[in-house]
Structure formats: structure tokens, C-alpha cells
Design a binder for this molecule. Structure first.
Ligand code: MV4
Length: 506
């Protein structure tokens, strides 16, 4: 096993990876930008090196500098986390050429899955069900229109180099097609430097269900069941859960087999995720494969008992998978809520700044994967996700009750978070019945939601007690104490208290 590993990431995922490294007796190396000198991941690491200015392009994306740091400090391997360089095939290759182990798949698998048309071609050969559509990029808009006509509208134009929703255009009728096609091409060229687009039939109201896989270098591949990631807003996941509440055992079995076939078809090595759309008839279609550890991996760890980062390391060191498919079972239910520094009452605008006070949930079966600490500053430069709250319960109802309890324990002052919004989602009939799909959050936002504050009266007395306590403990921030962000908040004690209590609209 490695003696020293560099973690080429920041925030909660860097901390989460270093926790496992520490447990395995491996020395941890952090990198950081000038904006992250006091970041949590830097404090957790055994050693840490600054790799450049705040902008990601000048720090966390600087493959050359990061490999240089790894070489000079004697790290034998680099864990890329998610985002940043994690799905950059050139980086995987550069690590290899520098004699450093990239903890992830080979460049070939990243490249094949990164280009959607290549991925679809390869997946079809492996008998993986695809959404009806083309496997080649289409140059001519009229040729594309003819194909679209055979599929029935709506259709979806997708960028070959895209993923995660970027460069997609839904087209509802023939008349809109050509303009949308040209628009999508231009957008794709701008965003990815690759204007290739292709056409798929639009699957209406699907669930987003993904399967976790693990593959070693000896040809063993297993899946670790599914995650339902349908609670999303603008392609940002908000809540994930496992098992998927509507997935039938027979469908689960078939999807798992397909996920394994997908991984085998690209000679996959390490931890990966195969994404599907699942429709109301339990038909499922391959969307894409994410060739990295994902944000929502902890819920899989909670129900399987497998530490995915530990196995990423063992696999990267050449070890064989220590268990078979038959050894794996889903035990109980797990839910993850992503905690964002954002304001749900202001169109989810980022809310960076100084966290003046933080107290996080704990207790039975609660996992707090956080990238911040009390008095830390959330920089404006990066993703506003500051932490993840993960719970386990014996069944779904138990997990939901436990999550609401844990959310109530969250106390964050100085910045605004979506903790209260999570409570609103958990209390929503569509979430409770489990049949929600990817339209759930957009639909919920269109509903006539009660004004925040409608439920305040009954809580006035409690709020007064809390206000006194917060004043005594100097937890209320001074007027204008916030140093960054779009507008000054925090001057209004009432708002701070309601936030501290995680009041949800009811
Ligand atoms: C689709 C689709 C419907 N039909 N493809 C969004 C992100 C990218 N990975 C693919 N996405 C979709 N592809 C067809 N043929 C609907 C989506 C989609 C979606 C997928 C997963 C989770 C949330 C979503 C929200 C809107 C659209």
C-alpha cells in the first residue's frame, strides 16, 4: 500500500478522503489555493502546499503544478476527488507518465465515457439499453430533423462532449427543431470546443437512478446497488437516497447486471457510476457513466458497509476485490442532504462569507461530511456546497424522521444555507410517497408555498428564548459584519434566529 497520497481537491471531499487515508496509516498531502489558506482540508492534512491563486484554473486545475508537488514531496499516488481534474483523461495519463498512480480509471475509460456518442456506440455493443436516438454526431440540421421526426416529439438535442445537463435543448415540435439544433451546436462549440451534437427521444418524467460499481485490475467487477438522485434543481442534486423507493427487485437485478456490463465494456478500473433514466413502466436507459467517486457515494457506504475510498486505494495498489456480488446486500435505508451556502428565498443565490458560528448534527446513525468549521470563510470562487448530512435508518420512514431530526440540530450563523429548504422537501407529499421524479423540485417551486414566517407565531416564545441566548453568547452578528456576498444580511436578528432554528415553510 502507498505510504503517502496527495489529495488534489478541497472542501468536504478532500477531508473525507483524508479521513480514510489516516485510518489506513497513509500520510496525507493537501494542495490549496491562496483563497484556501485557512480551509478545513488544509488543517486536516499532514502537509499542505499552495498551488496558486484563488481561480480554479490557476490552482486546483493546474495539473503540472500538482504533479510537481506530488513528485517533490514523495507522494506515490494522487486522489482527484470529484470535479476539477477527476475526469480529465490527460491528467490520468500525465500522472502515469510521471510515475504517479492516478486513483481512478485509465485515460481510455475516461475518454470513451466523456464523449457521449462514443459511449453510446460502445454501450450498444455491450447490450446496454440506450434511449432511442443517434449514436453519431449529426452535421446537418435537416438530416437531424428527419431523424427526429421518426422518434416522435419531444426530442432532446445533446452535446457529444456534454454531460450533467450542459449543452442540452429540448424540442417539443418540428417547427422549433432547426433553430434549436443550430443553437445547441453553437453552445456546444463555445462550452466544450466541440460542436458535435446528436438527438435522443425525450423521456418524460423519469427518475434519475444510478448504480455504483467497483472494478479491480484483475477483472472482477461488482455493483453496490442504486441511488435515486431525482431531487434536483438545474442539474444540481439536492437530496439522494438508497434504495430507490420505486425500484422493483427484478428491475434492480437487471440494472445491476447492465451496470457491470457497461463497466466491463470500457475495461473500467476503480469506483464508477452508471447513470440511468427510469420511467414509470420500470424501463431504464443508459445516460452516461461518471468515471469518478461521486458526491453522493456515502449513502451507498451506509447501506452496504463498504468504504468506497478504501477500496479505491486498494484497487489502485493492485489488490483484488475482497468480496463478491453475493456478499453485498442493501441493509436499511440512507438519505443524503447536500448543505449549500445559498439562499432558497433569493432564487438560491450563493451566500458565501464567514461562518460566525457552526454546530453540526450528530447522534445515532448521523454522518456529517463537512468541509468547513466554525469561524471558517466560504470563498466565492468555488462550488457553494459546504457539507453533506447523511443518515441511516432501518427503513425509509425511519431514515426520513432521523434526517429531519438531524436537520433541526444544524446551527449555522453568518451565512445562509438551504437547511430549512431540506425540511420543506422532506415534508412534501411527493417526497414522502417516494414516487417523485426529476420534475419534483421545479414543480414544487411553482406551487403556492406559504410565505416564510406563516409558522412563526407559535414559535415566538421559543424564538425569544433563543434570541436572548444568542445575544448572551454574542452569536448574533453585528450589522454589516458580512464581508462578501451579494448583499448585507445578518443585521436582522429575527432572520438570524429563524435561520438558526431551521424553520421551514409549513
Ligand atoms: C435526458 C432526459 C430525458 N430524455 N435524456 C440531464 C443531465 C444529463 N445527464 C442528461 N439529462 C437528461 N437527459 C433523454 N433522452 C432528461 C434529462 C434530465 C435530467 C436527468 C437526470 C436528472 C435530472 C434531470 C433534469 C432534467 C433533465
Amino acid at each position: 500500500m502507498f505510504k503517502k497520497v496527495l489529495v488534489a481537491n478541497r472542501g468536504e471531499i478532500a477531508v473525507r478522503i483524508m479521513r480514510t487515508l489516516k485510518e489506513m496509516g497513509i500520510s496525507t498531502v493537501a494542495i490549496y489555493s491562496e483563497a484556501d489558506r485557512r480551509a478545513f482540508h488544509v488543517r486536516v492534512a499532514d502537509e499542505a502546499y499552495c498551488v496558486g491563486p484563488a481561480a480554479s484554473s490557476e490552482s486546483y486545475l493546474r495539473a503540472d503544478k500538482i504533479i510537481e508537488v506530488a513528485k517533490s514531496c514523495g507522494a506515490e499516488a494522487i486522489h482527484p476527488g470529484y470535479g476539477f481534474l477527476s475526469e480529465n483523461s490527460a491528467f490520468s495519463q500525465s500522472c502515469k507518465e510521471a510515475g504517479i498512480v492516478f486513483i481512478g480509471p485509465q485515460a481510455y475509460a475516461i475518454e470513451m465515457m466523456g464523449e457521449k456518442t462514443k459511449a453510446r456506440t460502445l454501450m450498444e455493443k455491450a447490450d446496454v439499453p440506450l434511449v432511442p436516438g443517434t449514436k453519431e454526431a449529426i452535421e446537418d440540421s435537416l438530416v437531424a430533423l428527419d431523424i427526429a421526426k421518426t422518434m416522435n416529439f419531444p426530442v432532446l438535442i445533446k452535446a457529444a462532449a456534454g454531460g450533467g445537463g450542459k449543452g442540452m435543448r429540448r424540442v417539443n415540435e418540428e417547427g422549433e427543431f432547426v433553430a434549436a439544433f443550430e443553437g445547441a451546436k453553437r453552445e456546444a462549440l463555445n462550452a466544450f470546443g466541440n460542436g458535435d451534437v446528436y438527438v435522443e427521444k425525450y423521456v418524460l418524467n423519469p427518475k434519475h437512478v444510478e448504480f455504483q460499481v467497483l472494478a479491480d485490475t484483475h477483472g472482477n467487477v461488482v455493483h453496490l446497488f442504486e441511488r435515486d438522485c431525482s431531487v434536483q434543481r438545474r442539474h444540481q442534486k439536492i437530496i439522494e437516497e438508497t434504495p430507490c423507493p420505486t425500484l422493483l427487485p427484478e428491475t434492480r437485478k437487471r440494472m445491476g447486471e447492465v451496470a457491470i456490463a457497461a463497466a466491463k465494456a470500457v475495461d473500467y478500473v476503480g469506483a464508477g457510476t452508471v447513470e440511468f433514466l427510469l420511467d414509470v413502466n420500470q424501463d431504464f436507459y443508459f445516460l452516461e457513466m461518471n468515471t469518478r467517486l461521486q458526491v453522493e457515494h456515502p449513502i451507498t457506504e451506509m447501506v452496504t458497509g463498504i468504504d468506497l475510498v478504501r477500496w479505491q486505494l486498494k484497487i489502485a495498489a493492485g489488490e483484488k476485490l475482497g468480496f463478491t456480488q453475493e456478499d453485498l446486500v442493501q441493509r436499511g435505508h440512507s438519505i443524503e442532504c447536500r448543505i449549500y451556502a445559498e439562499d432558497p428565498d433569493n432564487n438560491f443565490a450563493p451566500s458565501p462569507g464567514k461562518i460566525t458560528f457552526l454546530s453540526t448534527p450528530s447522534g445515532p446513525w448521523v454522518r456529517d461530511d463537512s468541509g468547513v468549521y466554525s469561524t471558517a470563510t466560504v470563498p466565492v470562487h468555488y462550488d457553494p456546497m459546504i457539507a453533506k448530512l447523511i443518515v441511516w435508518g432501518e427503513d425509509r420512514e425511519h431514515a426520513m424522521q432521523r434526517m429531519d431530526r438531524a436537520l433541526c440540530e444544524y446551527v449555522v450563523s453568518g451565512i445562509t444555507t438551504n437547511v430549512g429548504f431540506h425540511r420543506e422537501v422532506l415534508a412534501h407529499p411527493s417526497f414522502i410517497d417516494g414516487k417523485y421524479n426529476t420534475e419534483f423540485v421545479p414543480d414544487m417551486m411553482k406551487e403556492n408555498r406559504p410565505e416564510k414566517g406563516d409558522n412563526f407565531d407559535a414559535l415566538t416564545e421559543l424564538a425569544a428564548v433563543l434570541a436572548q441566548h444568542m445575544a448572551d453568547e454574542k452569536l448574533l452578528s453585528e450589522g454589516g459584519a458580512k464581508t462578501s456576498g451579494p448583499k448585507k444580511t445578518g443585521q436582522n436578528p429575527w432572520k438570524q434566529i429563524s435561520r438558526a432554528m431551521n424553520l421551514r415553510r409549513i
